[in-house]
Design a protein around this ligand. Structure first.
Ligand SMILES: [Mg+2]
Length: 288
């Protein structure tokens, strides 16, 4: 099974991943111009993050956090880790992909269950979550919003923030966090590792996407998996160190192909067009 993002490289001389002012939700966003993030708590069951550069947007590229955008060096579960330095990107393709999505008009949003925070909304666990996500955003170089459900059960989580509940999606797309702009669910998607595959701990991410009414992809479908060799000449393979170097600037289509069971998805992002040429092949659902 092939899984891949296909995208055209930026025009020669263009900064890798730089925002296209004609399509980006933010017109003046750069890593250095992002303002300080703002964190808030909601109903004692949710930590939410936004920043001024996250403009209201009809297109949302949404991601789970643990084992999707990030993994741990130590191999520990993310909710058990208190050392922020233990978190690393899930693959070298994560940050370049987020930058490309942002540059082509998507708002980047994280939806994560962080049950380890429990009731200590202002305690050590909450602080780890905030510092971890702030550091990730700075390193990725994109503005982003994040919603972290911290409670479980009807009594403690009456708004169903915890995935697979749709409460976080409802809040993220509300006027409070999207400025009254109606989201076009047909152009939104959610990436998560809890897909109900053999070995997955649950299908909560897949069910969350279904509840939100958006397409679902696994990390393997969205990113070059760790250790997955890129295919094709001039393909940077999503490597940070491959961008703009040792690759043919005229190579228009990057095709990182990774054999993977579970589904097939294709997104074409054409940086040359005013409008994003985005085609999502039908995701063949063959998961249990
Ligand atoms: Mg996860």
């Amino acid at each position: 099974m092939e899984n891949f993002f296909k995208r055209k490289d930026p025009p020669p001389g263009a900064p890798a991943g730089g925002p296209n002012p004609k399509t980006a939700c933010t017109s003046s966003t750069s890593p250095s111009s992002s303002s300080a993030p703002r964190w808030s708590t909601h109903h004692d069951a949710l930590l939410a993050r936004t920043e001024a550069a996250c403009a209201p947007c009809a297109k949302i590229a949404a991601f789970d956090l643990d084992d999707t955008l990030q993994k741990t060096r130590s191999g520990q579960k993310g909710y058990m880790v208190t050392d922020v330095n233990d978190f690393v990107d899930w693959s070298a393709d994560v940050a370049p992909t987020l930058r490309r999505l942002h540059a082509t008009g998507y708002k980047i949003v994280i939806f994560s269950n962080q049950g380890g925070v429990k009731g200590a909304m202002t305690g050590k666990r909450a602080d780890v979550v905030r510092r971890r996500i702030d550091a990730f955003a700075r390193a990725a170089g994109v503005p982003l919003q994040a919603f972290c459900a911290t409670q479980k059960g009807v009594d403690k989580d009456p708004r169903s923030y915890r995935k697979p509940g749709a409460g976080m999606w409802k809040l993220a797309t509300s006027a409070a966090f999207n400025g009254g702009v109606e989201v076009n669910v047909a152009e939104c998607f959610f990436v998560g590792d809890a897909a109900g595959r053999a070995g997955d701990f649950s299908a909560s991410d897949k069910e969350f996407a279904a509840g939100a009414g958006v397409r679902f992809m696994t990390p393997e479908e969205a990113f070059n998996a760790p250790g997955c060799a890129p295919a094709g000449p001039g393909d940077g393979g999503g490597r940070e160190d491959g961008e703009g170097a040792a690759e043919d600037a005229n190579t228009k289509m990057e095709s990182a192909v990774c054999a993977k069971e579970g589904g097939e998805g294709v997104i074409v992002i054409d940086d040359d067009d005013d409008e994003v040429d985005k085609k999502m092949a039908s995701l063949r659902d063959d998961t249990p």
